[in-house]
Design a protein around this ligand. Sequence first.
Ligand SMILES: NC(=O)c1ccc[n+]([C@@H]2O[C@H](COP(=O)([O-])OP(=O)(O)OC[C@H]3O[C@@H](n4cnc5c(N)ncnc54)[C@H](OP(=O)(O)O)[C@@H]3O)[C@@H](O)[C@H]2O)c1
Length: 356
Amino acid sequence: MKRVAVLGATGSIGKQALEIVDAHPELELVAAASGAQPIDGLAPLTQVGGDLAELLERAEPDIVLNAVVGFAGLGPTLWALEHGVTLALANKESLVAAGELALGARERGGGLLLPVDSEHSAALQCLEGRRLETVQSLVLTASGGPFRGRAREELSDVTPAEALAHPTWNMGPKITIDSATLANKGLELIEAHFLFGLEYERVEVVVQPTSVVHALVRFRDGAALAHLGYPDMRVPISYALTYPERAATPVAPLDLAGGLVLEFEPPDLETFPLLALARRAGEQGGTYPCAYNAANEVAVTAFVEGRLPFLGMPALVEETLAAVDGTPARDREELIEADAAARRLAEREVGALSRS
Ligand SMILES: NC(=O)c1ccc[n+]([C@@H]2O[C@H](COP(=O)([O-])OP(=O)(O)OC[C@H]3O[C@@H](n4cnc5c(N)ncnc54)[C@H](OP(=O)(O)O)[C@@H]3O)[C@@H](O)[C@H]2O)c1
């Protein structure tokens, strides 16, 4: 039996995770949490908002599925890593923001960190058991989002409703907007750097519009391994929850004979600057990735609330990154302060950008 805690249980990932737990008698749901929606009776222990570390202390899980959205997922990520409890991580924002602090906690705790992000789950499966020096690069794939192929000028008046219409994945609102701006791929680039210990120049991004190829790994001998499947988050969620068993899922096998066409193209870094900004923030290190994430969260909220135009989002993140000092955080308190400082700067910038 594996005792499972599902955090973010009312969300897109959380609900799919609950279905998977239900379908497997060897998985026992011991705790569930949401941010605001009521979840009474969903699990033996439930919590709405508040300090999730307390819930986890009481629940004593073997595995924590962190599917909280945003920096609010920091506490449970650090808790699981520090306690050596397996962390199934959907909440990429916490790893991006915490970076080295999270890796330090993982080293002390000695537990497993299993990505739930489909690209990173795919990458893990291609990389597992390989020596890093044999890897030339990891290639993360992106769908390109709903505005792929458009020029920058054509994006000045897109609405939140248009940005929320993702072509291939059905996901929560924040990550859907991030996919439309390519900030999601930016976060994933930083996430991959920390998960797999690869320098940024060894992480590439390529657009594959149907989201059938989730990641590729190029090796030094010219071979490349790829992970393919229909875009369905039940596969990586199930992989993490049942690791290393790889349990069956109801997802259909790829229809190859039906004529599977795979097309790739480079990402448009000029139209979608948030990808290049993430790479730069990652390379700068320190708390720059934390500031990138914080400013992006502020930008997404302001865009969804109609306080910022679509093109204001990258501008806001760029201005915020130029204003922060990026000093590395020595502990969780300093990290939380770096996040808060970036948010304050970003909020001020929302006002400035919406007036201009
Ligand atoms: N959706 C996907 O397909 C997908 C794919 C890859 C990675 N991810 C990542 O997975 C995470 C979740 O994404 P999602 O699409 O599932 O988001 P979502 O549908 O918006 O769900 C977010 C969940 O987080 C909960 N939450 C928010 N603030 C919280 C807090 N302070 N404490 C506890 N719970 C809180 C929400 O509870 P309430 O309902 O009460 O607000 C909800 O259950 C994100 O980091 C995202 O980047 C998602």
